[in-house]
Design a protein around this ligand. Structure first.
Ligand code: SAH
Length: 367
């Protein structure tokens, strides 16, 4: 899924937004349950219809108003004249033997984003995008290689969730959501929070906020907004380096923010939410995987209530980075563990399907 003196203003909602739909119909998935109840009341309908319609969409996976058989035909027609449920298309699907499905979603204006379903034991986790491209510029990441095009709308974020849910067997349920797809969720915070409201609502997908994680490069003012929002989502901060110089090299926005400000904002989030923080660390062979880096990292994290999630680099075509050797990974781990840091080495999933977000989109574009 992250305040300091001298902090330059970081624009967190600056990307251009989606143009309005061409046929004039609104995207139903942009509406929260309360928004839709208001719409019904304003149109002379009883508000209990909201429960029916949301039940059809989020529980029974209906794609058309026509399928909503317990609604009066006139209401179904009125809804179909006013709203669309699905606005995008599936441009590509990749499935891997380990139970990972990746979708390339083509948006109404031609933009493309990726989202992923991971099956692991009883878990059905989804990884969802928040922007088309990304402005953060992390040097090892495929999503930001061409910068950011625009923010996703609330409905476009929710639609990814529904498209992935539709891939499950009828008796299966989505259990976890990670905002770890393309884009920086905290640079599109209002829409991400709107979409997650629907994800957690009992009238939406009904997923507990404790099973929802927002991953960020670390934008302190937006982390504070998230803390003030009061919903205890999990926060994951992409650290990737244990010191200022290396972090600014790998995560260029760090130059304007600074590692101390990121850690201080994360600490405030922990104090406000009570949720254990996750720090992510992409291990790049010969770059940030030395024993000295592990020791520095242990110094930063040992007195904090955190989970350190170490992710061996997923190679991106055209980038000069490498997955570290098994020996380097084992030594890195051993140093952190013996320093008492709670560390998890993420298993690689979906390797054969361009699993690092941004890769599927890139590999299909001429570049
Ligand atoms: N902008 C958010 C979400 C981005 S993606 C953030 O920075 O957290 C989620 C995680 O995947 C981030 O930690 C990101 O740095 C990492 N990541 C990006 N490219 C990767 C790659 N090629 N291999 C492994 N992890 C990668």
């Amino acid at each position: 899924m992250l305040v300091c003196v001298n902090l330059p203003v970081i624009q967190t909602e600056s990307s251009p937004n989606e143009p309005p739909p061409r046929d004039g119909r609104a995207h139903l998935l942009d509406l929260s349950f309360a928004d839709f109840q208001r719409w019904l009341i304003e149109h002379g309908q009883p508000k209990f219809r909201a429960k029916q319609v949301f039940g059809w969409i989020y529980e029974k996976r209906a794609r058309e108003f026509d399928a909503m058989s317990d609604l009066p035909k006139t209401l179904r027609e009125q809804l179909a004249a006013e709203f669309v449920i699905y606005r995008s298309d599936e441009a590509a699907v990749q499935t891997s033997r380990d139970g990972t499905d990746k979708l390339l979603v083509r948006l109404a204006d031609g933009g493309e984003v990726e989202c992923v379903l991971l099956r692991d034991g009883h878990r059905r986790s989804i990884c969802v995008s928040s922007q088309v491209g990304c402005a953060m510029g992390c040097v090892f990441c495929a999503s930001g290689l061409d910068g950011v095009d625009r923010n996703l709308t609330q409905g476009e974020i929710v639609e990814q969730m529904l498209r992935l849910q539709a891939r499950l067997e009828p008796e299966e349920r989505l259990s976890h959501i990670v905002m770890m797809g393309m884009g920086e969720p905290l640079a599109n915070l209002d829409r991400v929070l709107g979409a997650l409201e629907t994800a957690k609502s009992p009238d939406g997908l009904g997923i507990s906020p404790r099973r929802i994680t927002i991953s960020t490069v670390g934008l302190p003012p937006a982390i504070d907004r998230l803390a003030n929002n009061g919903v205890p989502y999990n926060l994951a901060v992409s650290l990737h380096a244990p010191n200022e110089a290396l972090r600014s090299e790998l995560v260029p926005v760090n130059e304007k923010i600074g590692i101390d400000a990121v850690l201080a904002a994360a600490d405030r989030y922990f104090a406000a939410s009570g949720r254990r923080l996750t720090f992510e660390y992409v291990l790049l062979g010969g770059v940030n995987d030395a024993a000295e880096h592990a020791r520095e990292l242990a110094q930063l994290l040992r007195h904090r209530t955190v989970l350190l999630n170490v992710i061996p680099y997923n190679p991106v075509e055209g980038l000069p980075y490498q997955t570290p050797s098994q020996r380097a990974i084992a030594e890195f781990r051993q140093i952190l563990e013996s320093a008492g840091v709670n560390v998890m080495f993420r298993q690689r999933k979906g390797d054969e399907i361009d699993a690092a977000c941004g890769q599927l989109r890139r590999n299909r574009k001429p570049h």
